[in-house]
Ligand binder design. Structure first.
Ligand code: PLP
Length: 499
């Protein structure tokens, strides 16, 4: 029977060492050949759950059995984000230094709620975020915090923005049932991520009060429309309090004109948060420094090392210039958490709604130190080059069409067969567009079904659009070439069966 001894037995130590060795060997084999697996899992809903008993084991099982279950029963239900032909959503990368950080962090099992509950957690977090800030070219006024996701980072930012209108005493009195509080308004472009709406829902602002600003032909927020709407809202008695600009929108990776938006925010005394979750890290490249132009003027911004900085999910870097407001929004210290250090230290629990926090910073510290600035630059630059290779193929191929500019490593495109469709379809624009939508939906399905590549989609100006996002350190030009061949082959098959 396991679980009663206070000390591990020699046998337990040995079997753990063996299991870790086996896991490490598996990881190395896996990273060398992720293509051995279909990129998109082929299981049906319930298959994985059904592979296991419904009740927990009475007696503990050994690591060999657990690793065997992992290999035979769990792996089939994995969609391989590590696969070099994972091009869906925003492709991400697991990396050896990131895994090492996760492993050691799990072993330490520390909780960094207070500085004293593990000084190294707080200080490595601070240091790693300083390194990242430095590489991004953002100055020291910004206080950094590691959170799980960009969704949480934007929620925290909007909570701080709400706290910045302190005269309304929302922290103390809440929002519900009050006649003395006008409706609060948040502004973002119609291309902003859904996490902004969710944050407004959670904060009691309400989704109706997230006003979506129109975009130009390149999907960037129109600042004059923003200002007009703010002024109109003020006239109507609403209370604008926050604007969210996006650097790298989810569909097309467009960059809002942050500097212009910042000016409007300063004029109207509004909090500016910049969601640079995906594209922000491109500012590490000297030739892409302008990616974060204007962010210096923001009150807060987020970049996600777990998206495009080779750090295993999850790790989001949140930066805030108005640290005391962030603290006012969240700090609440019960007696049992009072410490002796006082204001000399940062207690991370003061800067968010969560108390406990794990040592995420260790993996970021490992990644930054292992690759160095140059290594990170090289990988990001290579991804943008590969996106250019794919974009050039789309542009050369008269049956395909580019749907948006490609500022980073994501290409929006669609299949647009100009010959081969029945006459009655080609003759009417409405029929033609509906047919293109159908053809692209089918093409996406066909490509993904092969298990050789995984793409995702969006809608641009109402048109069903395919997305190819490159962000994996194992993706090579040959993977892009294979994708082109696969698209060509499946497009022809879709056309042949078109009805
Ligand atoms: C622009 C943008 N913001 C926020 C998010 C949400 O990221 P997370 O999964 O870290 O919450 C995404 C996800 O793709 C995104 O594209």
């Amino acid at each position: 029977m396991r679980g009663t001894e206070w000390k591990h037995s020699k046998e337990e130590d040995e079997s753990f060492r063996r299991a870790i060795d086996q896991a490490t060997q598996w990881i190395v084999r896996y990273f060398n050949q992720p293509e051995a697996y279909p990129v998109l899992s082929r299981v049906k809903p319930g298959d994985i759950r059904d592979a296991f008993p419904n009740t927990p084991p009475e007696e503990g099982r050994n690591y060999d059995e657990l690793l065997e279950d992992f290999r035979t029963k769990i792996l089939p239900g994995i969609t391989h984000w590590n696969h070099p032909s994972f091009f869906a959503y925003f492709a991400i990368t697991g990396s050896y230094p990131g895994i090492l950080g996760e492993l050691l962090s799990a072993a330490l099992n520390i909780n960094g709620m207070l500085w004293r509950t593990s000084p190294a957690l707080t200080e490595i977090e601070d240091l790693s975020l300083d390194y990242l800030r430095n590489m991004l070219g953002i100055d020291e006024q910004f206080f950094g915090l590691i959170l799980d996701t960009a969704s949480t980072s934007s929620l925290i930012a909007m909570a701080a923005a709400r706290e910045s209108i302190s005269e309304l005493q929302i922290r103390e009195k809440g929002l519900a049932g009050r006649t003395d509080v006008p409706r609060l308004r948040v502004y973002c472009s119609q291309e902003a991520h859904s996490s902004i709406d969710k944050a407004a829902i959670v904060l009691g602002v309400g989704s109706e009060n997230v006003k979506k600003i129109g975009v130009d032909s390149e999907y960037r927020m129109d600042p004059s429309a923003l200002e007009r709407l703010i002024e109109e809202d003020v006239r109507k008695g609403y209370k604008p309090f926050c604007v969210v600009a996006t650097v790298g929108t989810t569909s097309t990776t467009s960059v809002d004109p942050v500097a212009e938006i910042a000016e409007i925010c300063m004029k109207h005394d509004l909090w500016l948060h910049v969601d640079a979750a995906y594209a922000g890290v491109a500012a590490i490249l000297p030739e892409k420094k302008d990616t974060l132009a204007g962010c210096q003027l923001a009150d807060s911004f987020v970049v996600n090392p777990h998206k495009w900085l080779f750090t295993p999910i999850d790790l989001s870097a949140f930066y805030c210039k108005r640290r005391s407001i962030l603290r006012n929004a969240f700090s609440l210290v019960p007696e049992y958490l009072r410490d002796a250090e006082g204001p000399d230290v940062t207690n991370l629990m003061d800067y968010g709604f969560q108390l406990g926090r794990r040592f995420r910073a260790l993996k970021l510290w490992m990644v930054i130190n292992y690759y160095g600035r140059q290594g990170l630059e090289n990988h990001i630059r290579e991804h943008m080059r590969l996106a250019d290779v794919f974009k050039a193929w789309v542009e050369r191929n008269e049956s395909f069409e580019l749907m948006a500019p490609v500022p980073f490593s994501t290409v929006c495109f669609r299949y647009r067969p100009i010959t081969g469709l029945p006459e009655d379809i080609l003759n009417s624009e409405e029929n033609r567009e509906a047919a293109f939508d159908r053809a692209n939906e089918r093409l996406l399905e066909e490509v993904n079904r092969t298990g050789k590549a995984f793409l995702s989609h969006t809608k641009l100006h109402g048109k069903f659009t395919l997305r190819c996002a490159i962000g994996n350190i194992r993706t090579r030009e040959s993977d892009i070439n294979n994708l082109c061949l696969l698209l060509q082959e499946k497009a022809e098959a879709v056309l042949a069966r078109f009805s």
